[in-house]
Design a protein around this ligand. Structure first.
Ligand code: MN
Length: 719
């Protein structure tokens, strides 16, 4: 069994000067928290976090990661809280524990390949810090190692999930040894018979195989030495899962034990890789088409090596990989390798600039620039998939969007009608404005108001093609509908002057005649044309109205029907505020200064509440970030009523309150609240909250009240 000292020794080996003391405290904390808990196999629960912390130390992670591994189940399974952990171990450890706990809550049951890939991306994107993923992988590895204690159907489910999600994730991060062990454990539980068969075969041929490996190594070693190339040699069977996959792909059972062997030469310098390759090819005949230069063209996860197959000493095919020590470290530890190399010397050649794994290269580059490992840690809190964001639906499904997407993109991706009727959104439980940019890991919930409609500025709020197309369609349709109404109204108004109506014209067939004469296919087409003024009503009138009636002239005069009609159907702006020429923007009036129409105002973009409108002279204005300031002005059309607090100092005489109320009434101002206090010296302070249309009205009513006998002063108060 692992002891804490094993963990701290390993940690200190890879990170001299690491905070071992903190790791010890984490151990004590975890032991106390898990006290009395046991795992299914009867062991104390503490064994699990301890083993996980050892794997994390093997992954060469730092002290906070090792501490987090020890603590990783305390928040989920014990009474300990995230706050406790932060108080005792600081922000860094707390962040990691919280991250692992959150990953635990994700639902990974969908085994569908596309979904699995999304989840993998999601996992990476969500955790923002690769250490969270690595601790999670360590946790999963230990759970897989101890899987035999679970009931069979649970074993299968967990193994499948591991094979779908976690092994590929380990591969993505380039941590080869972890990937291999996970895959073989999954193999064991998912295909038990096949696994046993293959494992037995490998066991049986062990002696023979080892002798063969020695023979190959001897010859290789002699050849390298002769030419002064330094290289470590290693030969071993490939891992079982990869053998199984190879059999599945080739469709043939392996007939030679050599097929399952892989040899490796690890050199000191890059140039020696190619020298060694030349020597291997001069020693044994290469198999055509089997040479791969992953040094010049690394695999997407950053893996670099030369691969070749040759006809070995006895004419059988063997595979040989050749790479430098750094490349080997990278192959085994992947991203984690960087924690140990302060001066990265990876000579990677990246030719494909559009490679979507740019993040990994970026990591390498950062590594080169940064001497201080703690600074590196800061930067490793990566933004991995820069072009996409992944968010959750309320049901826990993952959806991908282009970066910069907003809640509207989300709504339209669910359903067109939901998109159209979106009036707000909640992200992680808080209301956000519709222009909020979705962030990785956001849980998004759409607020829908039945019957509400898309706004004109929505086109500028969405990023996804689907949402754009849906909104464009809607707006086109909506304009058309409005034009039909305008057209109808125009005809109606005009023909009414001659004692006719649209209904009559329709019924008599007169309208149909007119339509065909003017080459309109449908009535709507004609109405739209009228609405857009493509055709004038005057042009239709002689056909709609009988000549005798037309000659008599209109029965009533009605000047400029068009303007009147148009006004009726133009959208009305609500809210009373124009923001930089945009409408449909949520505005909020704070209590502090209660601006009314006419007050000089200024707006500030607030998170989650749209734009807050203050009077320019409000004391609060100084508290805002000037970058959030927006130019706003009152909409001249607005008839918005705004509450204002007015304080009136007066003598305390009967009937005064009635006079004041009368003044408000005659100024057309409604009172929404009153609060009056009198003092012993016969003075009164009367606070009124009134609803006013604009500043002029407010000024007028104040001056009226000032004139009342007994009123000493009147003031508008802020908040
Ligand atoms: Mn665990």
């Amino acid at each position: 069994m692992i002891r804490l000292d094993d963990v701290t020794e390993l940690l200190s080996k890879h990170h001299p000067g690491a905070d071992v003391e903190m790791v010890r405290r984490a151990y004590v904390f975890s032991a106390a928290a898990h006290r009395g808990q046991t795992r299914r196999n009867g062991e104390p629960y503490l064994v699990h976090p301890l083993e996980v912390s050892h794997i994390v130390a093997q992954l060469r992670l730092d002290a906070p990661s090792v501490a987090a591994a020890l603590l990783h189940d305390t928040v989920e399974d014990t009474v300990a809280t995230v706050e406790d952990i932060e108080a005792q171990f600081g922000k860094d450890v707390c962040f990691l524990v919280d991250g692992v706990t959150k990953l635990e809550k994700l639902n990974f049951h969908s085994a569908e390949e596309a979904a699995a890939e999304n989840f993998r991306k999601m996992l990476i994107a969500m955790s923002r810090d690769l250490r969270v993923i690595l601790v999670k992988l360590a946790d999963r590895l230990h759970n897989m190692r101890t899987l035999s204690h679970l009931p069979p159907e649970k074993q299968k489910r967990i193994a499948q999930e591991t094979l779908d999600i976690f092994a590929p994730l380990a591969n993505r991060l380039g941590v080869n040894w972890l990937k291999i062990e996970l895959e073989d454990l999954c193999f064991k539980y998912l295909y038990a018979d096949e696994y046993r068969e293959l494992a037995d075969l490998i066991k049986k041929t062990r002696r023979e195989r080892e002798q063969y490996i020695d023979r190959v190594n001897e010859q290789l070693d002699a050849e390298l030495k002769k030419h002064g190339v330094k290289g470590d040699l290693n030969g071993r069977p490939k891992h079982l899962w990869s053998i199984r996959q190879k059999i599945k792909i080739s469709g043939q059972a392996f007939d030679s034990l050599f097929d399952i062997l892989a040899f490796r030469i690890v050199t000191e310098r890059l140039s020696e890789c190619y020298e060694a390759l030349g020597l291997v090819h001069s020693l044994w005949k290469p198999v055509p088409g089997r040479f791969k230069d992953y040094i010049a063209l690394p695999k997407p996860n950053g893996y670099q090596s030369l691969h070749t197959s040759v006809m070995g000493p006895e004419g059988e095919r063997i595979e040989i990989q050749i790479r430098t020590e750094e490349m080997h470290q990278f192959a085994e530890f992947g991203v984690a390798a960087h924690w140990t190399y302060k001066e990265g010397q990876y000579g990677m050649h990246h030719r494909d600039a559009s490679d979507k794994f740019a993040w990994l290269r970026q990591l390498l580059e950062w590594q080169r620039d940064l001497q201080d490992p703690t600074e590196f840690m800061e930067i490793v809190k990566v933004d991995l998939f820069a072009d996409e964001v992944y968010v959750f639906t309320p049901k826990g499904e993952v959806k991908a969007f282009p970066r910069g997407a907003t809640p509207l993109d989300f709504a339209y991706s669910v359903h067109t009608d939901l998109g159209h009727e979106t009036t707000g959104a909640r992200v992680n439980g808080s209301i956000v404005p519709l222009r909020y940019e979705l962030q990785n890991g956001d849980a998004v919930e759409i607020i829908r108001t039945t019957g509400s409609k898309p706004g004109k500025d929505w086109m500028s709020l969405v990023r996804s093609g689907r949402a754009k197309a849906k909104i464009r369609n809607y707006l086109r349709q909506e304009t058309r509908e409005r034009m039909v109404l305008i057209g109808e109204e125009l005809i109606e108004k005009e023909v009414k002057k001659y004692g006719l109506s649209l209904t009559k014209l329709r019924r008599s067939g007169k309208l149909a005649e007119v339509l065909s004469k003017h080459k309109f296919r449908t009535e709507a087409e004609c109405l739209v044309a009228l609405g857009y003024e493509k055709i004038r009503i005057d042009a239709l009138l002689p056909d709609l109205v009988p000549a005798d009636k037309l000659e008599k002239g209109p029965q009533e005069a009605d000047s400029n029907p068009f303007a009147k009609v148009f006004k009726k159907f133009m959208p009305k702006r609500e809210g009373g505020i124009v923001v930089d020429g945009m409408d449909d923007i949520a505005t909020v009036f704070p209590k502090c200064c209660a601006p009314v129409h006419g007050d000089p105002i200024v707006g500030f973009v607030t998170r989650g509440r749209g734009i807050t409108i203050h009077r320019k002279d409000c004391v609060q204005v100084g508290n805002y970030d000037p970058a959030r300031r927006m130019d706003v002005h009152w909409d001249s059309q607005s008839r918005l009523l705004r509450p204002v607090d007015i304080r009136i100092y007066s003598v305390d005489t009967p009937g005064l309150l009635a006079s004041i109320s009368q003044s408000f009434h005659s100024a057309g101002v409604n009172i929404s609240a009153v609060n009056c206090k009198t003092s012993l010296d016969k003075r009164a302070v009367n606070n009124f909250t009134v609803l006013v249309n604009n500043l002029d009205q407010l000024r007028k009513v104040i001056s009226m009240i000032e004139k009342i006998d007994g009123v000493t002063s009147v003031e508008r108060i802020a908040g």
